[in-house]
Design a protein around this ligand. Structure first.
Ligand code: NAP
Ligand code: MG
Length: 486
């Protein structure tokens, strides 16, 4: 028990004006759809926030036609330095309206306001600034002297970083001269719709960005649409495979950013307290709803007890509860469905013989919650060591030698990220060369910068987002065969 407690410090939600219902954003306007409506809820309270339009096949068609027209007539022919002005304006407006975006993101997603305010939204603005800088310099990006945009990009994103994933998709596509049809996740559509408002405010020409809300069916319709030249998907490996099958034989450029099961490796010479902070950030940030989460802790046997003991002590001090409270560390699980998935996998961990530990922690009565959880005594065959849990659950395994650490870290179908904690620079380099992961963090974890490419190996997908590399999926080299969707 804590001897003293914090007073509640809730961020006001007055800054957000919710509409009772939202249309689709097509050709620069909010329009009615043909596919009915669905509700989006606040996962911390189960309160219905708004009704959102479910885009049907005809609506997707309308959005693709609008994007094609905008590409042919306005955005494609526009000089890069003019496109850059729009991107800068969007970035500035995101900064101006950052508190509104952060509060809305927290309400719709359940993540702590501290994170949406200090991580998500600043990175969103930074991403638009970064790609604004590229828009008039594409010929120096390393993809040939006169790279061309592809045309219409269909972009499908998940619910864990709703606005940030929208920015990762839109900013490079627009900088390269493409137009977009974006499909946000069903449980978190509201920040993308607020971004649509910002795009209107920025006077972005109609049709350059279109937003079609809906569930998996809407995504499927977008994938199937022959007028799409480029598809970018972030989400589960399962759906990623389905998309690959759907586009086989079609002339469409595809990038997939999928799941992960990252190893966070602590050597016996690591600064233990820093490493423990890194482990906490690695798996409990955003309730563990992070594709690159450090969900497997690999700790050298000689320091395993010391690390787990300090980790548990640290977890006692995490505060779980109202995501709008500025002192909250752990917010709500995004949906009942995700909560059921986490619960089932955690049960399997205990069932297969790992030891489960949770700090003393009262869960709110309404909403979807899961306490921070640590499993020790995990072996590589356990489901909790192999499957992505996408929740605040850490599996602890041990190793004796660096070779064993590498072997265990790479023993996964995924390859998105990894972390290494050691005092020795040479060991960091040795590990980084051997870890099959798109990103390797050294003595830190979950660090993002728009200039730095991000993406996976193996079942974590292909293609890179961020930096110069993030332009490549949206460009064709001069002289390359015409890419058309139909
Ligand atoms: P998901 O079920 O694959 O959904 C992702 C998006 O695809 C959502 O917008 C979803 O719509 C849509 N969708 C569902 N079925 C579809 C279909 N058949 N065709 C086209 N679109 C479809 O993934 P999730 O559960 O929302 O997200 C969690 C997963 O995303 C995790 O595995 C995580 O690792 C991964 N992720 C990866 C990265 C990365 O950069 N590598 C980043 C974040 C998350 P609905 O919302 O309506 O289902
Ligand atoms: Mg929601």
């Amino acid at each position: 028990m804590n001897e003293w407690t914090y007073e509640p410090a809730p961020e006001s939600r007055d800054i957000v004006t919710l509409r009772s219902s939202y249309g689709l954003f097509v050709n620069g306007e909010f329009v009615d759809g043909t596919g009915g409506a669905f509700k989006t809820v606040n996962p911390a309270t189960e309160e219905v926030l708004a009704e959102v339009t479910q885009a049907g096949t005809e609506d997707v068609e309308r959005a693709v036609v609008a994007a094609r027209h905008a590409f042919d007539e306005v955005w494609g022919p526009m000089p890069g330095k003019e496109r850059a002005k729009y991107l800068y304006r969007i970035a500035r407006l995101i900064q101006e309206r950052s508190r509104e975006l952060a509060v809305l993101e927290t309400m719709d997603n359940g993540k702590p306001i501290r994170e949406s305010r200090d991580v998500d939204v600043p990175l969103v603005a930074a991403h638009f600034f970064h790609y604004a800088g590229w828009a008039d310099k594409l010929e120096w990006a390393g993809y040939g002297p006169a790279p061309r945009p592809l045309g219409v990009a269909g972009q499908i994103i998940p619910w864990n970083f709703p606005l940030l994933m929208a920015a990762w998709k839109l900013a490079p596509a627009l900088a390269a001269g493409n137009t977009c049809v974006l499909k946000p996740a069903e449980t978190t559509p509201l920040s993308a719709l607020l971004l649509a408002d910002i795009l209107q405010q920025a006077d972005l020409p109609p049709g350059v960005v279109n937003i079609v809300t809906g569930a998996g069916e809407t995504g499927r319709a977008l994938v199937a649409h022959p007028g799409v030249d480029k598809l970018a998907f972030t989400g589960s490996t399962e759906v990623g495979k389905e998309i690959m099958r759907a586009v086989a034989g079609r002339r469409v450029k595809l990038t997939l950013e999928l799941g992960g099961k990252a190893a966070n490796v602590i050597f016996d010479d690591a600064p233990i307290d820093q490493a423990v902070e890194g482990v906490v950030n690695g798996i409990f940030f955003n309730q563990g709803h992070v594709c690159c989460a450090g969900s497997r802790l690999l700790v050298q046997e000689s320091v395993a007890d010391a690390v787990t003991e300090r980790l548990k002590r640290r977890l006692q001090s995490l505060r779980l509860g109202d995501p709008l409270d500025k002192n909250t560390d752990i917010g709500a699980i995004n949906s009942a469905e995700q909560l059921a998935k986490i619960t089932e996998l955690a049960k399997s961990g205990a069932g297969e013989g790992a030891a489960q530990w949770q700090p003393e922690c009262a869960l709110p009565e309404r909403g979807y919650w899961f306490p921070p959880t640590v499993f020790t005594g995990v072996s590589q065959s356990h489901r909790i060591a192999r499957e992505e849990i996408f929740g605040p659950v850490l599996s602890v395994l041990t190793f004796r030698t660096p070779d064993e650490a590498v072997e265990k870290a790479n023993n996964t179908p995924y390859g998105l990220s990894a972390g290494v904690w050691t005092d020795k620079g040479s060991r960091i380099l040795w590990m980084a060369q051997r870890l099959r992961a798109g990103v390797v963090w050294a003595n830190t974890f979950n660090r993002f910068d728009p200039a730095s490419p991000f993406g996976g190996y193996k079942e974590s997908g292909f293609g890179r987002e961020g930096g110069r590399h993030g332009l490549e999926p949206y460009l064709a080299a001069a002289g390359a065969a015409e890419v058309t969707g139909g």
